[in-house]
Design a protein around this ligand. Structure first.
Ligand code: AMP
Ligand code: GLY
Length: 426
């Protein structure tokens, strides 16, 4: 069978490598893919992830038997709806279910209506009213743009003055584009953060191994928010008790709420959770696999990924046993110096050929020049993942390989997994 994967980052590379393990898979097309993904799939750089018409035409003309739509934008734009209309089975939510990520206002109102634990909040579409509210608020407080903003539309002002400039930059200067026409102002929560990605067919849910992202750019969780500078799995803070509490108070109620709203969620639902002193609460939902969470979670999946994705599409997930490998995985992101701000592109990348068997390099932001040289083309360039019996070993192996990969301006955090190791020490 031919498969099509929409997207071109490290997450898509991890999905493609896993799908390739299925012996019935013939060609995998990646739209657009990237320089490194081209080692594992046929990339079509001329079709971007948001070119829905072209994606659908391509799928029809290339005998695609199953499609995976990985990034948030095409999901929110209805790529899955359109592929379904064309009779192509696929993995991912339709647009009305993707609103759970695409609109924070939708997600917050859903949680309020169905009693799903989350930070207390107010919604504003008038900056003056938002400022009046902030005058009596306690700080720090959290200000979020309503729409998709590449994980960057969240500001945490420490005082009224900072809050004022947060509201101005989101609502008036439109720092995050039209995603800032409405904002959510919410209570600041504390506690360890956990990412739980879950397969769901709308009714049955199979949470994947939990993970921990490192969103800030600098060591010690300093600097601006990024898409994620590294991940580890499983997340040691996510105890079996926390998992049971999340299943009961968050996961199952969320699926039921989406069904009740007439938009059952099928695909990968990502729960961004905070384990607060009052129990687990939802920080955010994503309608897709996380990046770079996928680069540590999928390597630990034992069951065939295509089989799981087909069970989601066919709504038979409840009948499928899904198994995981024991052990841990760690992913260290190699970024272009300056990310998440501006950075140089076109730097030549050198990756050693003799990678250890437990290490995989996922390509996120690179391309091949006309003469075949691999060069940087994005902020996050590569993700180096190692799997091992324990987290400490996995981290050591991921860092050892990361240090052997070179490109000018290469930037990485040096403390991925440190917090998780401290939690393991208890
Ligand atoms: P989000 O894009 O909603 O995941 O937010 C990005 C990051 O901001 C999260 O990973 C948290 O670290 C932080 N954050 C978001 N909402 C809150 C909150 N209510 N309280 C504390 N931190 C938050
Ligand atoms: N790593 C966070 C995300 O994918 O949204």
């Amino acid at each position: 069978m031919n498969l099509l994967v929409v997207g071109g980052g490290g997450r898509e590379h991890a999905i493609i490598k896993k799908l390739k393990e299925n012996p019935t898979v013939e060609t995998i097309y990646a739209l657009p893919g990237n320089g490194g993904i081209a080692q594992d799939a046929v990339c079509v750089p001329s079709i971007g992830a948001k070119d829905i018409d072209q994606i659908v035409d391509f799928a029809k003309s290339h005998a695609v038997g199953f499609a995976v739509v990985a990034p948030d934008d095409p999901l929110a734009l209805g790529c899955v709806d359109r592929l379904h209309e064309a009779g192509i089975p696929c993995f991912g939510p339709e647009a009305k279910a993707a609103r759970i990520e695409a609109s924070k206002v939708f997600a917050k109102n859903l949680m309020r209506k169905y009693g799903i634990p989350t930070a207390r909040y107010e919604v504003f579409n008038d900056p003056a009213k938002a400022l009046a509210y902030l005058q009596n608020a306690s700080f720090p407080i959290v200000v979020k743009a309503d729409g998709l903003a590449l994980g960057k539309g969240v500001l945490i002002p420490e005082n009224f003055r900072e809050a004022e400039s947060a509201v101005k930059s989101i609502m008036e200067d439109r720092a995050f584009g039209d995603s800032g026409s409405e904002i959510v102002i919410e209570e600041f929560l504390t506690g360890p953060e956990v990412s739980v990605l879950a397969f769901t067919d709308g009714t049955a849910i199979v949470p994947m191994v939990s993970s921990m992202d490192h969103k800030r750019a600098g060591d010690g969780d300093t600097g601006p928010n990024t898409g994620g500078m590294g991940t580890v799995a499983p997340n040691p803070c996510y105890t079996p008790e926390a998992a049971a509490a999340c299943m009961e108070s968050i996961f199952l109620p969320t699926l039921a709420a989406m069904r009740a709203e007439g938009c059952p969620f099928k695909g990968c639902l990502y729960f961004g959770l905070m384990l607060t002193p009052d129990g687990p609460k939802v920080i955010e939902y994503n309608c897709r696999f996380g990046d770079p969470e996928t680069q540590v979670v999928l390597p630990l999946l034992k069951t065939d990924l295509l089989t799981v994705m087909q069970a989601v599409e066919n709504e038979t997930l409840g009948d499928l046993p899904v198994e995981w490998h024991d052990g841990s995985a760690a992913c260290v992101i190699l970024a272009s110096g300056g990310y998440p701000g501006s950075y140089e592109k076109g730097r030549e990348i050198s990756i050693p050929k003799d990678l250890p068997a437990n290490v995989t390099v996922y390509h996120a932001g690179d391309k091949r020049t006309e003469d075949g040289t691999l060069v940087t083309s994005g902020g996050r360039v590569l993700g180096v993942t190692a799997v091992g019996g324990g987290l400490e070993a996995a981290l050591k192996d991921a860092y050892a390989t990361a240090e052997r990969i070179c490109f000018e301006g290469r930037y990485l955090r040096h403390d991925i997994g440190k917090r998780a190791l401290r939690a393991l020490e208890g």
